[in-house]
Design a protein. Structure first.
Ligand SMILES: [Zn+2]
Lengths: 137, 393
């Protein structure tokens, strides 16, 4: 594995199950036991009904491109080699919006509404990131 | 029925705004606090409420009733954390209800206390944001791209907004970007790409500066040195915290709330003489005209091309806005202060006698709105939007 020089996420007890999921090549979200709504980012309570009880469940890891921006300036010097890179929001088929990157797509081919799916990248022993890519489905 | 004119802005002050002023945030805040009190003809002993992101009060334990009361040596009746339009609306409500009588809204911002290039607060180490390499422009550009995809807003329209503001700043000697123009929309499009769809000239640079607003009742305003500017009504809507939750266009949903503010003020959009949008990025302009109800949601791009020039129907920020006048880390108060200064005919520009309040209305040198009586001042369009309707007699 090439050395990862960009910022690594620091999981919290609340978010750890999400990162356990990406490590196993899954996008897992909290699903409310009371009303069935999925939520992301991780929250203590359901956004729809405020119930606390929930399960971490696998999702389709697919969705549509809600919006995207092409970065021509790095967030920090660690991102310089990636320029230009795509920061995007994916609307997961389960409902929640997710901030991510789009990889493996020509910039001219990006289009709001296009189908995308998660890919997985082991950035460290503990952290697997989840950039999205155009869906092959 | 027109709203009662019972709460007024009686003091405003903006320090010099600029890059690397070599001053602390505290010194800029104090200068603006004292300047606004002086403008009102008041002293610190009149103040019984403070609304500020931070107020370095008492022992430094924060902006609490006890800390601020001890520091100012007055009983304190209201403190809260905010700035600009939301703070003004909190203050107006507290004054209207006689909870407090004189509320100060001070702010000071200095880059020396951040780490320079992009302010650290705008790129938090949040686990679901930081790894993506998202920047502040990216967060707002994500809203903008969505707006473009849904409604057909174009880069040319955004460039028109940026050029309009920067040209206002070009003739404002107090503006950070004074004398840098004039610009055409094409100049804006041709500038370096930062976060596509934003080019460099569609983004505000961060600079230093202080600002303060003093709010009181109509009764107390009678004893003030200044001419009151009335706070008629307003509205606030917040949906999520920027930089933590993925940005959406939900703040456009505040529109009905803002239409209600017009009803409560007893005025219509047609009555408004100018609008001070919060434009840390060019997209703030069309989205805020939409959310404030000047046009339908989605129509902001073409609307702005037809309406926001100094001689058009609804001129935008004659000071040059955040893009051209100042983006002093949190320039919330400045949107209100420019409205007050236009009402007072205190608008320095390149007209030979602008210091005497005499204006030529030659738009190559003059940024004075003709005889304004009503204005809309806006808060940022981020995960939230806010707006206030201001009037002079
Ligand atoms: Zn629920």
């Amino acid at each position: 594995m090439t050395e990862w020089t960009k910022p690594l996420p620091h999981p919290t007890p609340l978010s750890q199950p999400f990162w356990d999921g990406t490590k196993e090549r899954e996008i897992r979200l909290q699903r409310c036991d009371a009303c069935g709504a999925h939520r992301f980012p991780p929250l203590v309570l359901c956004r729809v009904c405020l119930a606390e009880e929930h399960q971490w469940v696998p999702t389709s890891a697919r969705g549509t491109l809600y919006s995207y921006v092409i970065q021509h300036r790095p967030a920090t010097p660690a991102f310089i080699d990636d320029l230009p890179y795509v920061v995007a929001i994916v609307e997961l088929d389960e409902g929640p919006l997710m901030l991510t990157n789009i990889v493996g797509c020509e910039i001219d081919a990006l289009e709001v509404g296009m189908r995308v799916e998660a890919t997985y990248f082991d950035a460290s022993d503990d952290i697997t990131l989840y950039p999205f890519t155009p869906s092959k489905e | 029925m027109p709203a009662p004119r019972d709460v007024a802005i009686v003091g405003v002050h903006a320090t010099k705004q600029g890059r690397n002023l070599g001053r602390t945030a505290l010194s800029l805040m104090l200068e603006s606090f004292n300047g606004a009190l002086d403008d009102a003809g008041m002293t610190k002993n009149d103040v019984d409420g403070v609304i500020s992101f931070e107020f370095p009060a008492g022992t430094g334990a924060g902006n609490t009733l006890g800390e601020v009361a001890f520091q100012l040596g007055n009983p304190m009746r209201f403190t809260s954390h905010f700035s600009g339009v939301p703070a003004l609306l909190y203050a107006a409500a507290m004054v209207r209800d006689h909870v407090a009588d004189v509320i100060a809204i001070p702010f000071g911002g200095s880059q020396e206390e951040t780490d320079g290039a992009t302010a650290a607060y705008t790129r938090p180490g949040y686990e679901f944001t930081e790894w993506t390499g998202s920047t502040t422009p990216a967060q707002m550009a994500l809203q903008t791209r969505r707006h473009m995809a849904l409604y057909g807003t174009t880069s040319e329209q955004l460039a028109h907004c940026a050029a309009t503001l920067r040209n206002n700043a070009n003739i404002n000697p107090e503006a950070v970007m004074f004398g840098r123009g004039p610009y055409t929309a094409q100049d804006v499009l041709d500038s370096r790409m930062i976060a596509d769809p934003y080019t460099l000239l569609m983004c505000a640079l961060v600079n230093d500066g202080g600002s303060c607003i003093i709010v009181t009742s109509a009764d107390r305003a009678k004893d003030c040195k200044s001419t009151p500017v009335w706070v008629l009504s307003g509205g606030i809507g917040c949906f999520y915290t920027s930089y933590y939750f993925p940005p959406t266009l939900q703040p456009l949903e505040t529109r009905d709330r803002m239409l209600g503010a017009f009803s409560r003020a007893g005025v219509t959009h047609d009555d408004i003489d100018f609008v001070t949008t919060y434009d840390h990025f060019a997209s703030g302009v069309p989205m805020e005209y939409e959310a404030a109800g000047f046009c339908e949601v989605g129509d902001g791009g073409p609307f702005c091309v037809e309406n926001i020039g100094l001689d058009q129907r609804f001129p935008v920020s004659p000071d040059g806005g955040n893009l051209g006048y100042s983006h002093c880390i949190n320039p919330y108060n400045l949107r209100i202060i420019e409205a007050v200064r236009q009402f007072r005919n205190d608008t320095p520009d390149l007209c030979p006698n602008s210091h005497l309040g005499e204006h030529t209305y030659d738009r190559s040198i003059c940024r004075k709105v003709r005889d304004p009586k009503l204005a809309v001042a806006c808060g940022p369009f981020t995960g939230a939007f806010s707006m206030s309707i201001l009037a002079k007699d």
